[in-house]
Design a protein around this ligand. Structure first.
Ligand SMILES: Nc1ncnc2c1ncn2[C@@H]1O[C@H](COP(=O)(O)OP(=O)(O)OP(=O)(O)O)[C@@H](O)[C@H]1O
Length: 255
């Protein structure tokens, strides 16, 4: 992977989202509703397409349903109604083996990082490549370079419980991108780092996107959103809209 130089100044930070996709949808929601148990419906009639190669930000107030929508995308939740397809496969029809195969094509960064405490940072980040059958000799250079790029070159042998929140976040991001997933889903991926590192991570996501990964990032950070000329989706009152100003651009059937 060609990564941007660590100190480069946002070279051409315009992701593929600004270009016509011409391809098929990686994710498609049709009339999706979601409720937890007997609680209120937190997502209603969501129609959404993520075109192949697109870059989208997902924003909205706290508790609006951003994390829940991301979980639907990586098959950690099933909708209460409606249909979701992922990589052209109807999610509800996937058996366990096929669901796992779909998940292996998705890099996920969660708010609680989900690093494995008894594996070093290097081993955590290597894991997707080991699972894909690569040997240590094949992946050592890539993992080392990526960890250096995200500023964890000196923490490769550390274990997650000894890392700061920002270090854990960067390790989780490195693990999510190392295998060059078809789809990258990140939930507040810059929430624990300072603005300069946040911009560097954004450059990494933009570079992944230029190389073909479809990207969706949930964030509250308006400054981060404004760094890129990317599509913005907003959840409010259970509905999905296009753009930062929810009421001005009603987006049922966002695509
Ligand atoms: N496992 C759960 N069981 C019951 N309710 C849940 C569960 N997870 C989330 N919720 C509720 O669903 C709603 C949406 O939560 P979600 O975490 O998706 O919002 P969010 O937009 O990601 O919030 P934040 O920006 O604060 O992370 C909230 O009202 C939340 O309390």
């Amino acid at each position: 992977m060609t990564r941007p130089e660590p100190n480069s100044n946002s070279p051409g930070l315009n992701p593929a989202a600004a270009r016509p996709s011409g391809g098929s949808d990686i994710i498609a929601f049709r009339d999706v509703g979601l409720r937890y148990g007997r609680g209120p419906e937190i997502l209603s009639d969501v129609n959404l397409s993520l075109p192949q190669g697109s870059f989208s930000f997902l924003t909205g107030p706290s508790g609006a349903g951003k994390s829940s929508l991301l979980k639907l995308c990586y098959l950690a939740l099933t909708p209460s109604r409606g249909h979701i397809s992922v990589f052209g496969e109807v999610a509800a029809l996937l058996d366990n083996r096929k669901s796992q195969a779909v998940r292996r094509r998705i890099g996920v960064v969660l708010q609680d990082f989900t690093l494995i405490d008894h594996l070093s940072v290097f081993e955590n980040v290597s894991l997707p490549l080991r699972v894909a059958g690569q040997s240590r000799a094949q992946y050592t250079q890539d993992v080392t370079e990526l960890l250096q790029w995200v500023g964890l070159g000196h923490r490769m042998q550390a274990f997650p419980p000894t890392l700061s929140g920002g270090e854990k976040q960067r390790a989780a991001i490195a693990r999510a991108v190392i295998a060059k997933p078809n789809l990258l889903i990140a939930d507040e991926p810059t929430g624990n780092v300072d603005p300069e590192i946040g911009r560097r991570l954004l450059r990494l996501f933009a570079e992944m996107n230029r190389m073909g990964t479809t990207v969706m990032i949930a964030t509250h950070d308006i400054d981060l959103i404004q760094e890129l000329d990317a599509r913005v989706l907003r959840i409010e009152d259970g509905r999905i809209y296009k753009g930062l100003n929810a009421r001005s651009d009603f987006g049922e059937g966002v695509s």
